[in-house]
Ligand binder design. Structure first.
Ligand code: KPC
Length: 238
């Protein structure tokens, strides 16, 4: 039977491109999202990744259908609303929502898939962090904090499960054209400010990040765990 990947936030943006790519790579796909998922999904679960009961039930459903989970892609993420900017202006509810999706989400999804990975002595958890987890993104305080946490969570998993055959790596995309970021790219001044920071000279497409996730999910580079794979067009190289 084909290898099985669970992709959170698979309905749009990087998650959607990842589903298309992993489908082409031969994975059976289970998508967890609040939104309707892409056509590549073999199993669709409407889930808030920050809800432990929903996540637990979804992972049970994946195992009932496929019998195993080879790869978890912790992709679901949010930036917060327009007011989630610098610290003193960020509504507390925005901080809570951003941390819930971007940190609690990967924690709960990993926590739910680890028992089956432990039972098989194999598995790979890939967490989509951000270049913002390495260098702060201006005016996105809660998001930046959440991605730093997501990156270190991925490293923590790597350390704690390396000896039992389970790997954990993070992908750190730079600025990617997705529904999450389109509002900024639609503003010529804000878009120019973003592009000025990208040595490669263009914003990434979701496929650029899906490519990196595909390579990690393939099982190649199997000695790599606890790594932050930066896919940012050189943004954080300076
Ligand atoms: C580098 C990165 O992760 C983008 S952070 C900004 C997202 S938004 O404010 O929605 O344009």
């Amino acid at each position: 039977s084909p290898p099985v990947a669970v992709v959170t936030g698979g309905a749009s943006g990087i998650g959607r491109a990842t589903c298309a790519r992993l489908h082409d790579d031969g994975f059976a796909l289970a998508v967890l999202d609040l939104e309707p998922p892409p056509e590549e999904a073999d199993l669709v679960l409407t889930v808030d990744v920050a809800d432990d009961l929903e996540v637990g039930a979804a992972v049970d459903a994946v195992l009932a259908r496929f019998g195993r989970i080879d790869v978890l892609v912790n992709n679901a993420g949010v930036t917060g609303g327009p007011a989630a900017t610098v610290c003193h202006e960020t509504p507390v509810a925005d901080l809570d929502r951003v941390l819930a999706t971007n940190v609690r989400g990967p924690f709960l999804c990993s926590r739910a898939v680890l028992p089956t990975m432990l039972a098989r002595g194999a598995g790979h958890i890939i967490t989509v962090a951000s270049s913002a987890g390495i260098a702060a993104f201006p005016g996105r305080c809660a998001y930046t904090a959440s991605k730093g946490a997501a990156l270190m969570f991925a490293k923590s998993l790597a350390l704690d499960y390396a000896a039992v055959g389970i790997r954990s790596n993070a992908v750190c995309p730079g600025f990617v054209r997705t529904p999450m970021t389109q509002w900024r790219l639609d503003d010529p001044e804000l878009a120019a400010a973003v592009e000025a920071n990208i040595p490669i000279g263009r914003v990434a497409d979701p496929d650029d990040v899906a490519d990196a996730i595909s390579v990690l999910a393939s099982g190649r580079m199997s000695y790599m765990t606890g790594h932050a794979l930066v896919v940012d067009g050189g943004w954080t190289a300076r």
